[in-house]
Design a protein around this ligand. Structure first.
Ligand code: GLY
Length: 376
């Protein structure tokens, strides 16, 4: 597969999108192939910023850099205003915007902004149940003691803040949360819960459940993908073998349960019938996670090659069958993403995080550019 050609096509779409989106942020489409625009009110704005940084890093085109820098300024205003930041996705938002700018340009004000964002994420730590609360206000009856597998991808902002400042609290809190996720979200057969509930006062484990999956005990494919990548990144930082092993276990399950075309349905337990939605974004995230995981394994480890091969196989299928391949009229890169099939939200559409991870995976394959989760 010609990854370079695919990247060139993706950058053509991204160039056209500079004009289309201006200073708005694409979120998900709603059946019409057009992205709904957001303006710093959702959890997804960082992915557009990340696409701009990847595009600039790859091509060195100033137009991408200007748009990316403008986006970081708007993330600064968002933090100052405390606009819609009462959730754990501060990690996604600021890793791919301000932290990305610091990684590429060593810009001091971007570093300061990313560190302030890390402090905002730290304020979601709940010492009673010892977890980072994903959603809602402190004491929220439904969400006060709830963890979400997606949060593993928010933790790299804290790993980076620990490295930057030398302050061990970031790393301690992130580790306690990752460890709790490992123990309670990953099941004995290597599948995963999307979420798990604890008593918000005592921290007693209550039950697993789902938010976007098919049912409480099913395996939501995007959640499993967040876990593959998130535990691989936890291992990169802590070097604790249990995080590596957990990433591997989730990866084995993901690969073993893929359908013939190597692109995941939206849940591993949903009946696979004519018209069952895929979640192409789950496969793009998993491809990045598998490439990260494989890169941490020794050359002689046969699983290194198995994970690499699985990532490449999925990416070949995504490029051949799901990619819009630079077609002028299309705003997105990857068709057939699912936001939340369960609640009828964009069940078969463009989703901006699918585009981001698809581009990151292409860039990992083509030039080893690993996105903006860790300093290089
Ligand atoms: N983190 C939210 C989602 O994956 O839909």
């Amino acid at each position: 597969m010609d990854w370079t050609a695919a990247i060139k096509q993706a950058l053509r779409t991204t160039s056209a999108n500079l004009e289309r989106f201006k200073d708005a942020y694409p979120h998900v489409s709603n059946g019409d192939g057009k992205y709904a625009r957001m303006n710093q009110t959702n959890w997804t704005e960082g992915f557009w910023s990340g696409i701009l940084w990847l595009s600039y890093e790859y091509s060195q085109e100033p137009a991408f850099r200007e748009a990316a820098e403008r986006s970081v300024a708007s993330f600064g205003r968002r933090l100052e205003q405390g606009n819609q930041l009462d959730h754990h996705d501060i990690g996604f938002l600021y890793s791919l915007s301000a932290k990305a700018q610091w990684i590429i340009e060593q810009d001091e004000s971007a570093r300061e902004l990313a560190l302030r964002a890390a402090d905002a994420l730290m304020r979601r730590w709940r010492p009673g149940p010892r977890l980072i609360q994903a959603w809602g206000a402190e004491g929220d009856p439904e969400n006060g003691g709830r963890i979400i597998i997606d949060c593993l991808m928010n933790l790299p902002l804290l790993y980076w803040a620990a490295e930057q400042t030398g302050d061990g609290r970031y790393a301690e809190i992130a580790r306690a949360h990752a460890e709790k996720s490992r123990r309670f979200l990953v099941r004995g057969d290597d599948s995963s819960y999307h979420t798990f509930y604890f008593d918000p006062e005592t921290g007693d484990a209550l039950r697993g459940g789902t938010h976007q999956g098919f049912r409480d005990g099913s395996t939501w494919t995007r959640g499993q993908a967040w876990g593959i990548y998130g535990f691989a990144l936890a291992h990169r930082y802590y070097k604790a073998p249990e995080f590596l092993e957990t990433s591997k276990r989730l990866a084995r399950y993901f690969i073993a349960h893929l359908p013939e075309d190597q692109v995941a349905y939206w849940d591993f337990d949903v009946p696979q019938e004519e018209g069952t939605p895929r979640d192409s974004s789950a496969s793009a995230i998993a491809a990045c996670g598998l490439l990260e995981l494989a890169g941490q394994l020794p050359e002689a480890d046969p699983e290194r090659h198995a994970f690499l091969a699985a990532a490449e196989q999925s990416m070949r299928s995504l490029v051949a069958r799901y990619f819009t391949a630079g077609h002028e009229a299309e705003e997105g890169l990857l068709r057939h993403g699912s936001y939340s099939v369960r609640s009828g939200a964009s069940p078969d559409d463009f989703v901006i995080w699918g585009d981001y991870f698809f581009l990151e995976a292409l860039m990992r394959l083509d030039r080893g550019i690993p996105g903006y989760w860790y300093a290089r």
